[in-house]
Design a protein around this ligand. Structure first.
Ligand code: G3P
Ligand code: CA
Length: 280
């Protein structure tokens, strides 16, 4: 049921890696998700979009411009087009504050020498591949899949998503998240037992009492929403719903989530959040 809490002490939220361990590795790459699993994350978050030829890929933005060396909308590209792009190198331009300059130079030099980039750090990731990673993980890992701009495709995103979930039949918890109540409604109509998360950037008057659109049992408020409305967590719990908060990277925000008793924290830095929670 919605109040089930695995093996953690009652007040410790589960830690969900946002786009993988995306502070350490390029977001939505296999490397980022492997890293999150190594860091002990309880679960993985990913965004999914449909390509022009009907494949679900893990990409956040509408276009590939920010996170690859290509240009254009995911929906206008085929999987083969995306597979030819580099989804990792943009990240190298952002200095890692924990890596010493010497190490950074060494790895640059070795890449330049061999001309080889790690494909797990640079390739587009399909949802299919991510599901396999979760199925083969050495311990149970949850998966939270977010449908992005699903209205454009009039149900195809959800249809394809449910097909893939059906095929993989993961034995660990899977949930579907969306800012779109209609998208969640479609998922619930086709798969009533699959938990759904209603994402909220702001608290609209109709959600203040903690209740959610038909049948959804998990609220997904932003951390900003919670800072402004800390009373929301208790209200959601009273209405029988869980609360999963995004994107929580700062220690003070982790502490706030613990104080309020949130059920899950979605973060770019699973290792640091786990350390703050005292679970490492
Ligand atoms: O986990 C929910 C959160 O990821 C929603 O915002 O923009 O990061 O997809 P965004
Ligand atoms: Ca997301």
């Amino acid at each position: 049921g919605p109040r089930r809490r695995l093996a953690r002490p009652p007040s410790v939220p589960s830690v969900i890696a946002h786009r993988g361990a995306s502070m350490e590795a390029p977001e939505h790459t296999l490397a980022a998700y492997r890293r999150a699993i190594e860091e002990g994350a309880d679960g993985l978050e990913c965004d999914v979009r449909l390509t022009a030829d009907g494949h679900l890929v893990c990409v956040h933005d509408r276009r590939v411009n920010r996170t690859s060396n290509g240009r254009g909308a995911v929906s206008a590209l085929e999987l083969a087009d995306l597979a030819a792009l580099d989804f990792g190198s943009w990240k190298e331009r952002h200095a890692d504050p924990y890596e010493s300059p010497d190490t950074a130079l060494d790895s640059d030099a070795s890449d330049a020498r061999t001309g080889a980039a790690d494909p797990e750090r640079t390739s587009v990731l399909t949802l299919d591949r991510l599901l396999t990673l979760v199925a083969e993980a050495p311990r149970p890992v949850e998966l939270a899949i977010e449908t992005k701009h699903p209205t454009r495709w009039a149900g195809q995103v959800e249809e394809r998503l449910l097909e893939l979930l059906d095929r993989h039949r993961l034995r660990t918890p899977v949930r579907v998240m969306s800012f779109s109540a209609r998208s969640l409604q479609r998922v619930r109509a086709a798969a009533p037992h699959l938990p759904t998360v209603f994402l909220m950037q702001f608290l609209l008057p109709r959600h203040r009492d903690g209740r959610l659109p038909g049948g959804v049992r998990i609220a997904g408020p932003s951390i900003r929403l919670l800072r402004a409305h800390p009373e929301y967590v208790a209200r959601a719990h009273r209405a029988g719903n869980e609360v999963h908060v995004w994107t929580v990277d700062e220690p003070e925000d982790v502490d706030l989530c613990v104080r309020l008793g949130v059920d899950a924290i979605i973060t770019n830095r699973p290792q640091q959040v786990r350390a703050r929670l005292g679970t490492t």
